[in-house]
Design a binder for this molecule. Structure first.
Ligand code: ADP
Ligand code: MG
Length: 245
């Protein structure tokens, strides 16, 4: 048994009395690629916000390895090995693909780090290898602003990869992508899940089926169902509340 890399116990958060996440238990194993689905407003993004320290829970515990994430600040959580991709890509449009990746390397993340950052053959090699991984090996000198929406999503995944996170949280990585880009993204996520754990929020069921080991269905901030894609798709509660319409 590999054990859990992430353990979320009794997690809740209220916004002005409204429970966006309500007493949630959520466990992700080492090396697992988990998909989280659910209708709009189910609390999926809020769950990721709490794991990465953007939103403080009202109650509950979030364990990542030996770290109690609910007690840590966002940059400490990043440093501990949790990488988060938000719903809309946030690349530096005026910088090239190469530069976007380079400034995302861990030594570059602090102001002092960037002052003393030295480009070495090793650091360049790392950028090039990540660029190839995210299918942008031929676009190194292009400005991020000139990339397609799908390529920007890949670049942002690459910026996360530069930090070598052990747990990656991706919020709708396929939003705005063509079916072909989606397929390439599915392959990309399967590749980068080797040796690390991924939590992916996604609406597209075809995509989820391509990548998910296990699927968690959220509804109104609570766990509705969990299991393989086939199990959740055949779950009457899921059909009723989500897949039925
Ligand atoms: P999902 O990602 O599943 O579509 P969200 O996690 O974004 O859903 O939102 C869950 C619910 O919490 C929604 O009703 C949303 O309006 C509410 N919500 C999320 N963040 C905040 C916030 N910072 N303040 C108030 N309400 C919020
Ligand atoms: Mg969302």
């Amino acid at each position: 048994m590999a054990g859990n890399i992430l353990q979320v116990d009794g997690l809740s958060v209220s916004f002005d009395g409204f429970k966006a996440v309500d007493d949630l238990n959520f466990y992700v194993e080492e090396g697992e690629l988990r998909c989280v689905i659910g209708p709009n407003g189910a609390g999926k993004t809020t769950l990721l916000d709490m794991i990465c320290g953007k939103t403080k829970p009202t109650s509950g515990r979030i364990r990542f390895r030996q770290h109690a994430l609910e007690k840590m600040l966002d940059y400490q959580i990043t440093r501990a090995g949790v990488g988060r991709k938000f719903q809309t890509p946030s690349t530096y449009e005026d910088l090239t693909v190469f530069e976007n990746l380079e400034i995302s390397s861990p030594n570059e993340r602090s102001f002092l780090g960037s002052l003393f950052f030295m480009r070495t053959p090793q650091s360049t090699e790392r950028v090039v290898s990540v660029a190839r991984e995210i299918m942008l090996g031929e676009e190194l000198e292009r400005k991020a602003g000139q990339l397609s929406h799908g390529q920007k999503q890949w670049l942002e995944i690459g910026m996360l990869l530069m930090q070598e996170p052990e747990l990656m949280l991706l919020d709708e990585p396929c939003a705005g992508m063509s079916p072909r880009e989606r397929e390439a993204t599915a392959d990309l996520l399967k590749r980068i899940a080797v040796g690390r754990s991924l939590v992916v929020i996604e609406h597209d069921m075809v995509f989820v089926r391509m990548i998910a080991h296990k699927v968690t269905v959220l509804h109104q901030g609570r766990l509705l169902a969990e299991g393989t894609m086939d199990q959740v798709q055949n779950d009457p509660r899921v059909i009723e509340t989500y897949l039925g319409h």
